[in-house]
Ligand binder design. Structure first.
Ligand SMILES: [Zn+2]
Ligand SMILES: [Zn+2]
Length: 394
């Protein structure tokens, strides 16, 4: 794959913010009306409160969950209900530049490049106290009398399909100058993959890891598992173009689920079955494959949200002492560990970035992501005119 303009970090393009320059009063932001109804509007510039900063959004990646929110509303939750007709701005995988500080904030400075994780937990419930802030008991309770301090930008509070957003300082990760805007938007995806492996036990060096489903989270789960020393790393997928990227990101073996007996092949490659399985598809087929390919005493992470009940071989799970873990989001500061790997060049997350569009072309960018036009995986929207380069050369 040749290098190209959208893939080559250019520290010089980080347009500096002058702390003494006044901020605008309003900003452009995409606002959700009814299902699938987005319009670009002028909104007042949000103001950062205690422990918050204002982020000038420079780039934002589109996630499958964004497509789900636009269509069904869930898992977004605004004022206790669906996000439609509530002046809500979606978008949660963004990065940018700190533009203003809330009262008392000295952890960051105006001009710092940052990327964000989604969830700022309330910090006071049982799960937040355990570092499981993505499972905060006060999720969505951040309005009026119910304000518990919880934010999940793009889900329960305004997100990043806009020129500016407010973020709790706990959701910010510094971005090195050598990293492109587009790559920095992928930290939260890599962080989700990292969180899955964290919950599985984390110490996967020398252990076999199977990842099912080469979507964005699955492909980066391959990369993170490899960086953590897992061996072998096996990817199961049906699209050859995606499987090829999996090989570049570190998969030792790729199984084409259309043409091979997935469980038999995993057993052949691992001997007794996989020590760890990360199921990023969550279908009845893949959940049952997961159970049957896992070594006795092994662990399965379910990193997908099936929309309806899934029936699977619970008996095989129990009799083989297999552990099953659900994960939600990117808890326990996993994004910071993912950034450490990305900063050190342990894997090239930008392999999954395929297209960039300007902010005003969000509907077209969403179409690319939804319909996988031109083999799209991660489609990024940029607020920086001249930097949005259309399709990345592949
Ligand atoms: Zn996402
Ligand atoms: Zn909480």
């Amino acid at each position: 794959m040749p290098d190209d303009a959208t893939n080559t970090p250019d520290p010089g393009h980080a347009a500096k913010i002058d702390p003494s320059a006044p901020l605008p009063e309003t900003m452009r932001a995409w606002v959700l009306g009814g299902p699938e109804e987005l319009s670009l509007q002028e909104k007042p510039l949000p103001r950062p409160g205690k422990a918050e900063v204002l982020v000038r959004v420079d780039a934002v990646a589109i996630c499958a969950t964004d497509l789900e929110i636009l269509k069904y509303g869930t898992p977004a939750l605004i004022e206790g209900g669906p996000p439609f007709h509530k002046n809500f701005t979606p978008g949660h995988e963004y990065m940018g530049t700190v533009a203003a500080l809330g009262p008392g904030v000295d952890e960051f400075a105006v001009g710092d490049r940052v990327t964000v994780e989604i969830h700022a937990g309330c910090g006071q419930c049982k799960r937040c106290r355990m570092g499981m802030y993505t499972s905060c008991h006060n999720y969505g309770k951040n309005y009026g009398d119910q304000n518990k301090g919880h934010r999940a930008n793009g889900f329960t509070t305004d997100g990043g399909f806009a020129e500016y957003a407010v973020n709790n300082i706990n959701t910010l990760i510094p971005v090195p100058d050598t990293m492109s805007d587009e790559e920095a938007t992928l930290v939260v995806t890599a962080g989700t993959s990292m969180y899955g492996l964290t919950e599985l036990g984390g110490l996967v060096a020398g252990e076999s890891v199977v990842v099912i489903g080469p979507g964005a989270i699955g492909l980066l789960a391959v990369a993170v598992a490899k960086a953590l020393g897992a061996a072998p790393v096996i990817l199961v997928g049906t699209r050859e173009s995606r499987n090829a990227i999996g090989r570049k990101l570190g998969a030792d073996h790729v199984i084409d689920a259309r043409n091979e007996d997935v469980v038999a092949r995993v057993k052949e490659l691992t001997g007794n079955g996989a020590d760890y399985v990360v199921d990023c598809a969550g279908t009845e087929t893949t959940v049952n494959q997961s159970v049957h390919m896992t070594n006795r005493g092994g662990r399965i992470c379910l990193a997908a949200f099936p929309k309806s009940a899934v029936s699977f071989d619970l008996g095989a799970l129990a009799v083989n002492n297999i552990y099953l873990y659900g994960i939600r989001g990117e808890g326990k500061s996993a994004t910071h560990r993912a950034m450490a790997f990305m900063q050190a060049g342990r894997f090239d997350a930008s392999q999954i970035h395929t297209h960039t569009f300007p902010l005003e072309d969000l509907p077209e960018a969403l179409r690319y992501a939804r319909d996988r036009v031109d083999d799209a995986i991660k489609v990024v929207v940029s607020t920086r005119p001249g930097l949005a380069g259309g399709a990345k050369a592949r």
